[in-house]
Design a protein around this ligand. Structure first.
Ligand code: GLA
Length: 696
């Protein structure tokens, strides 16, 4: 059991890391250690007891509390804030007892109660030993007879080893330009990364990494994420006494939760890890965890799909789609996905959302004919839906105008001509379950792209059972319920999460969806950088990447294929307009991808030369058994003269011989990892090199 317990001290150990906390003399739960695993339990530092009593701020600036609620002189950023029925607005937590369980994964639960009020808090820890990850979440329970208002309840706070010389890396972006990495020094004060859009959004991802001079391969990195598909908040604080702390949770902005007597509030899980081997190792530990533990079909290699969106937009019908499907099948595509435009009255983005049945003009006989055609061509069939949305011009909205999120006295702001159904409402949930279940039951659909194309506005819920501001959480819970029910009823369907591209890419949605539509930007040079940011916390098999016509005059087809082959390959160009020669080349790349995809989708990923920082970049994948790998190298536009950099491979067995395609001599893994491997490229050229272990 990787949890060592005593009456007042707890140590959690994973393969290489450890996390310790205990009760100090004031019986405050105090963080003690987060770093490399040490030989003996006795090695871990004991809880801290401050001796600097004279400060007017009291002792709380010094105590690195594990779960600080706002109370007394806790001016540091608290992670719990409640108001009791008599308007008392602080929370004084007293430790009660703890419990461990051994399976399926080891867990530890610590119970606390408020000293005066009937509020119980449980801190939960689940240990993912193999992945060097610890999952944390919190339950709040009202044991009394009056309601309690929760105004902030984050999932976790972490304290870094004492010091203020840390950097924070986070991901920011915008529509069509997601996942930029930003690394910056943490300085005294509070840094906030958040979403207020009801989805995590393109603007920020619910992920952080903190380091002290780490690089891709070396150095200490503390990293974490929130398994939550709604508003989130990350706060990083450096106190005036050089203590660095970071917390994550459901955003408390405009949030409140009326915790009724006898009810519980459970936060989403925060998952975190520590490594001494740089950002690359941090990413790989998340990649393994997502692939093995999170996504529904962890062992399934993703099929190469064709998506109709960029080719036909809303102009889909049986003929146009069948024509595309024929060409796609000839190229070796395995799954044909019809995107937007197929349902009732959907000719542009201003009508139809909500009415999830085939348009009678475009599909007079339903979807059957097209699906049969696609299946006869040897491909699976997939479909696009955007269940959470409604156009005012739809039968659904005309029947239920009250179902959307709105304030009754305000105009309903439309975005992309659409409004958002209130997923917190049971009637909305039931409608969607019934409608989508029917669609999936009546048609042979193997894949669904679940889209969500706008952020919230006027977040009202007039007939909410509790506080209206619960909508931020209840919406996401409703979404999980609808999607989860459909997944249960149709367990073989592969789901893809899309929110105008990568606006909802998180560990919460990946419990339901196997894939993410990474970005609406399919221009390959832009994609290189978006994909690198994505890879910080999410694995390649979840990263859907289409080859399209975008930028085709500048970016060769080969380059576009190579970029998309770094993830889960798809094609989204207008095949009707492709020259026969291009279709044949595409068939060749698709054949190659089929040979390599098990390495790319299931192997270890190494970012050798960053595409966000360089116009010459390199990315490598190595199979888990280290017997084979693949190296992608890209050069975008660099004025000559250009000195080709040395590429140092990673992840090979040092003393075993490997061949790398394009190089005559086999060399040891160590040689490839430590000396001259140069791949000369022209502007806008790319190469894929196969790496193979020699069998003796
Ligand atoms: C969003 C998605 C696109 C496409 C369109 C359809 O923008 O991100 O991939 O599905 O909607 O309207």
């Amino acid at each position: 059991m990787p949890i060592h317990t005593s009456a007042n001290f707890w140590v959690i150990e994973t393969r290489y890391t450890a996390y310790a906390f205990g009760l100090n003399e004031a019986r405050l739960l105090t963080h003690c250690y987060w770093g490399a695993r040490l030989p003996f339990v006795k090695d871990y530092p004991a809880p801290f007891n401050p001796t600097h009593w004279s400060s007017p701020d009291g002792l709380h600036h010094f105590v690195p509390e594990e779960y600080p609620g706002y109370a007394n002189t806790k001016y540091i950023d608290p992670i719990l804030k409640v108001t009791f029925a008599d308007e008392v607005r602080d929370v004084v937590l007293e430790f009660q007892d703890f419990k461990t369980t051994a399976s399926p994964q080891p867990t530890l639960a610590l119970h606390f109660k408020d000293s005066t009020y009937p509020l119980q808090l449980t801190l939960h820890y689940r240990i993912h030993e193999e992945y060097d990850l610890i999952e944390r979440w919190v339950t709040l329970e009202n044991l009394g007879t009056d309601s309690i208002l929760i105004e902030r309840a984050f999932s976790a706070k972490w304290t870094l080893p004492h010091g203020d010389n840390y950097s924070l890396t986070h991901l920011y972006g915008r529509h069509m330009d997601e996942f930029h990495m930003q690394r910056e020094a943490l300085t005294p004060g509070l840094k906030i990364i958040e979403s207020r859009r009801i989805i995590p959004s393109h603007r920020a991802a619910p992920w952080f990494a903190i380091d002290r001079d780490a690089s891709e391969d070396h150095g200490e990195v503390w990293f974490g994420t929130l398994a939550w598909s709604g508003n989130f908040k990350i706060t990083a604080e450096v106190t005036e006494f050089a203590s660095t702390r970071i917390s994550i949770g459901v955003n408390d902005w405009d949030f409140a939760w009326k915790l009724m007597p006898g009810q519980s509030f459970v936060t989403p899980s925060a998952i975190s890890g520590y490594t001494q081997n740089g950002f690359g190792a941090a990413s790989r530990s998340f990649h393994d965890y997502v692939r093995d533990e999170l996504i529904p079909h962890s062992k399934v290699l993703h099929k190469i799909l064709y998506n109709s969106w960029e080719a036909t937009l809303f102009n889909v019908d049986e003929v146009s789609q069948s024509n595309l499907a024929e060409i796609a099948a000839n190229m070796g595509i395995e799954l044909f996905v019809m995107d937007d435009g197929w349902f009732h009255n959907r000719n542009w983005d201003n009508a139809g959302l909500g009415d999830w049945f085939p348009d009678k003009v475009k599909f007079p006989n339903g979807l059957d004919g097209l699906i049969k055609k696609v299946n006869d061509l040897g491909m699976d069939f997939g479909l696009w839906v955007e269940p959470e949305m409604v156009n005012p011009d739809s039968d659904l909205y005309r029947a239920h105008p009250d179902w959307v999120i709105h304030f009754p006295t305000r105009a309903r702001t439309e975005s992309r001509n659409q409004l958002i159904l209130n997923m917190a409402r049971i009637d909305v949930q039931n409608y969607l379950i019934e409608t989508l279940d029917k669609l999936l039951s009546e048609n042979n659909i193997a894949f669904i792209k679940w889209d969500m194309n706008r952020g919230v506005s006027e977040p009202g819920w007039a007939d909410a059972p509790g506080d209206q501001r619960e909508i931020w959480v209840r919406y996401v819970q409703g979404l999980y319920h609808v999607w989860g029910t459909l997944r249960q009823r149709h367990p073989n369907v592969i789901w893809q999460s899309c929110a105008s591209g990568g606006g909802r890419a998180d560990f919460g949605i990946l419990k339901l969806a196997d894939q993410i539509w990474t970005s609406d930007n399919t221009e390959a040079t832009a994609r290189l950088s978006i994909q690198e940011g994505y890879s910080q916390f999410l694995p390649a098999n979840t990263m859907e990447a289409w080859v399209t016509d975008w930028g085709k005059d500048l970016v060769p087809l080969e380059f576009r294929f190579h970029v998309s082959m770094c993830g889960s390959l798809g094609v989204g160009g207008n095949l009707l307009e492709w020259e026969q020669a291009d279709r044949e080349s595409a068939a060749g790349y698709i054949r190659l991808y089929k040979e390599l995809r098990h390495i790319i989708q299931f192997g270890d990923q190494f970012r050798l030369i960053s595409s966000q920082k360089n116009d010459y970049s390199a990315l490598q994948y190595v199979s888990k058994d280290k017997s084979e790998g693949v190296l992608f190298v890209f050069r975008t536009h660099i004025p000559d003269p250009f000195n080709t950099p040395i590429i140092y491979l990673r992840g090979l067995e040092p003393n075993t011989l490997y061949t790398v395609s394009g190089f005559d001599q086999p060399r040891s893994g160590s040689a490839w990892m430590n000396s001259d491997l140069k791949v000369d490229l022209q502007n806008m050229q790319s190469k894929v090199l196969r790496i193979q272990r020699l069998t003796s």
